[in-house]
Design a protein. Structure first.
Ligand code: BG6
Length: 495
């Protein structure tokens, strides 16, 4: 990569995603020596700015949001001048001629052709027009050198996702299209694959014979806040389950790929989605529940209910919490429920996958010696804690035989000194390297939409009569507890 000249064009350069994630990620890649020698970033936006003004904004954003802290002057002297700005009206075809000439100038300066990455950090309604205008300006013809990165949401239902795939497919080859799901870039998420497929002891247990059920829980304290404009047309199911949580499920449930290459990994993941049991209107009612937060107190502050957030619809039927029970109809997983839940304004922010194993076939100790929860669990904490714990039974010290649940722990903090990179650092580097392993292929996105569409439709058609049904600082609505309790389980929370 070092010797491959690269131009990184960010549509939506003046937006929030660039400020919080992309700019800090690219800067950190620079700091750690990953960027090509010949690298230029071109930010675009409607605002008229000079290169210097845009560099000033980026510096401010990086200082505020980068994990590496305040930017040192000598480091900025190396990175800042690589940042350019081009005011652009993305609807106007003329704009793209300006890009073409900017890129030509850089190539002339570098005396070499460049790889060009178009990053669409804009509202999804601009995806088609930008792709089409890039094509019209002849900027997409080199399939080896041109790549496009699409942020979520990739469609808002199955139809729109298919349309977008078709449109992109007319302009780009699949190998040029990088559909981002930033969860896949998280260090702890990538580690699940290492844990499953680089260790011999897990695989024999990783199936319906030993596993009773699986939970994937992504809870957030954050409310929707200023994002109601986007969120009200989306909701927790589309915003989180269709993408992030189902991607986690795929990594937990996939068959071992024959190699760690993009196509092999993505084939095995899409197999999981294809094997997932489809919903009927009846099973939606039995297996999917939703919630919306009301006002309350969280971490000592008073917080508004969803319907009182700025710009929110006071009668909104949008869910800010969703819990769904899924099944995978294949040999490995037949009959094993996968419970997924996510929500905003909950008691704690934590992304945790819990694999609950079956009980021992015959318990030889007197019942009173046992811990109330004696089944083994594997608890994979994605964030903020980064760890894997295996919960096992052990003898409590003492003259009596009494059993206790104890943790065998692998903890990032205790094991490694180096800070883990942000998901976007890994993902942006992979785009530059041309590695699609951690990106979603078109068919995966469509399968995931196909799976959740009956729930989307059913919830749209049935106005919830009891919203808001959970208060800030809770673990969500009672129906979510009932969903799992009727199978004899309960949601696992880290102590
Ligand atoms: C985004 C969702 O994709 O993921 C947000 O749109 C959500 O609603 C966010 O808050 C969560 O990401 P993370 O990395 O903070 O867990």
């Amino acid at each position: 990569l070092k010797s491959q000249p690269t131009v990184f064009v960010i549509f939506g350069g003046t937006g929030d995603l660039n400020a919080r994630k992309l700019a800090p990620a690219l800067y950190n890649l620079y700091l750690e020596g990953w960027l090509p020698e010949q690298f230029a970033l071109i930010g675009t936006g409607r605002t008229k700015l000079t290169d210097e003004e845009f560099q000033g904004r980026m510096l401010k954003d990086i200082n505020e949001f980068s994990r590496s802290g305040k930017v040192a002057d000598d480091k900025w002297a190396g990175f800042g001048p690589r940042v350019h700005y081009q005011a652009a009206d993305v609807q106007n075809a003329e704009t793209y001629k300006d890009f073409a000439s900017r890129i030509k100038e850089l190539e002339k300066e570098w005396k070499a052709p460049a790889n060009v990455i178009y990053y669409l950090a804009v509202a999804p309604n601009f995806f088609p027009i930008i792709a089409e205008n890039l094509a019209k300006a002849g900027l997409t013809t080199d399939a080896e050198r041109t790549r496009i990165v699409i942020e979520k949401p990739f469609g808002h239902d199955l139809e729109s996702a298919k349309e977008l795939n078709l449109l992109l497919g007319r302009i780009f080859q699949e190998k040029q299209i990088y559909r981002i799901d930033h969860y896949l870039g998280k260090e702890t998420v990538q580690n699940i694959m290492a844990f499953r497929f680089a260790n011999a002891i897990m695989e024999p247990l990783w199936n319906r014979n030993s596993i009773e059920h699986v939970q994937i829980s992504v809870t957030e304290q954050l409310g929707v806040g200023e994002r109601t404009g986007y969120y009200d047309g989306s909701g927790a199911l589309r915003d989180m389950i269709q993408n992030h949580l189902l991607q986690l499920l795929c990594i937990v449930a996939m068959e071992p790929p024959i190699s760690f290459s993009a196509e092999e990994v993505r084939n095995r993941k899409v197999d999981v989605l294809r094997a997932m049991r489809r919903f009927t209107p009846e099973s939606v009612r039995e297996q999917a529940v939703r919630g919306q937060y009301g006002a309350g107190w969280l971490e000592g502050a008073q917080v508004p209910g969803y319907r009182e957030e700025p710009g929110a619809n006071p009668q909104s039927n949008t869910e800010t919490f969703a819990a769904v029970k899924f099944f995978i109809d294949n040999w490995r997983w037949q009959g094993v429920p996968f419970y997924l839940r996510t929500g905003k304004r909950l008691h704690r922010s934590a992304s945790v996958i819990t694999i609950q194993f079956k009980d021992v076939p015959h318990f030889i100790f007197p019942p009173e010696t046992a811990d109330t929860m004696r089944q083994n669990r594997l608890v994979i904490s994605i964030q903020p804690e980064m760890s894997i714990r295996l919960q096992v039974q052990a003898k409590r010290p003492g003259v009596e035989m009494m059993l206790n649940t104890v943790d065998m722990v692998f903890d990032y903090k205790g094991t490694y000194v180096a800070q883990a990179p942000e998901a976007y650092e890994t993902l942006l580097l992979d785009v530059m390297l041309g590695d699609q392993t951690l990106f979603m292929r078109g068919d995966q996105v469509e399968e995931a939409w196909d799976l959740v569409m009956p729930i989307v439709t059913s919830w749209q058609n049935r106005v919830s009569q009891n919203f808001p049904n959970y208060s800030a600082d809770s673990w969500g609505p009672e129906v979510a507890e009932a969903l799992i309790a009727k199978d004899g389980f309960h949601w696992f929370t880290l102590p």
